[in-house]
Ligand binder design. Structure first.
Ligand code: S3P
Length: 207
């Protein structure tokens, strides 16, 4: 009861949509869902929204309509979601690689790259079916290729948060700390030179 009546924590982080980007298996959906709960924001999953729009699962979209149709749906769905009020949005691993989607996300939201060791990702995705790009492939080979082609795009995210083999809440706390650090740095750089409170704010974000 009391928790329901309590004001949302982190009000300063609820003004803008937060978009999680990164490779398959890094935890964009599971971290995103918990991040949304923690910030008391709605949660959206771009893959689920594409599935809903297409009336079928991702493996079927790839098999019956082709990857290009999936990418087109993904681009349109994300553009639509970015018009919604602030929320946490988990994207599929390829979404931020599309130049148009990337530009839109960077303009309308805060992009956070969740980054983890490729061996960890390979172990995680190897345990689960349903990712067409991994069909009949060694996950480590796919992830290595994707790291090469996609990291330059992911590197354009506003923030990068390294996650390890830890509970998802640890990643959530790290994302929150990174978002707060970004705000503190922005307000410090806005403040007039010699502003003591701004100087101490910027010191707080130093590792
Ligand atoms: C893809 C990742 C998947 C899904 C689709 C394509 C990719 O999402 O969008 O299978 O290109 O990396 P996750 O990153 O949530 O696995």
């Amino acid at each position: 009861m009391t928790a329901d009546l309590a004001p949302p924590r982190y009000p300063e982080l609820r003004d803008q949509t937060i978009v999680l980007v990164g490779l398959m298996g890094v935890g964009k959906s599971s971290v995103g869902r918990r991040l949304a709960q923690t910030l008391d924001l709605p949660f959206r999953d771009a893959d689920n929204e594409v599935e809903r729009a297409a009336g079928r699962g991702i493996p079927e979209i790839f098999a019956e309509m082709g990857e290009a149709a999936f990418r087109d749906g993904e681009r349109r769905v994300i553009a639509r979601l970015l018009e919604d009020p602030p929320h946490v949005l988990a994207t599929g691993g390829g979404a931020f690689v599309n130049a148009e989607t990337r530009a839109l996300i960077k303009d309308k939201a805060i992009a956070v790259w969740l980054k983890a060791d490729l061996e960890l990702l390979a172990r995680r995705v190897g345990r689960k079916d349903g990712r067409p790009l991994l069909k009949n492939r060694d996950p480590m080979d796919v992830l290595r290729e994707q790291a090469t082609t996609r990291y330059p795009a992911y590197g354009e995210a506003h923030l990068t948060v390294e996650t390890g083999d830890t509970p998802h809440m640890v990643a959530v706390e790290a994302v929150i700390a990174a978002l707060q650090g970004r705000l503190a740095a922005a307000s410090a750089s806005d403040a007039p030179a010699g502003d003591v409170s701004a100087a101490s704010a910027s010191e707080r974000v130093q590792p």
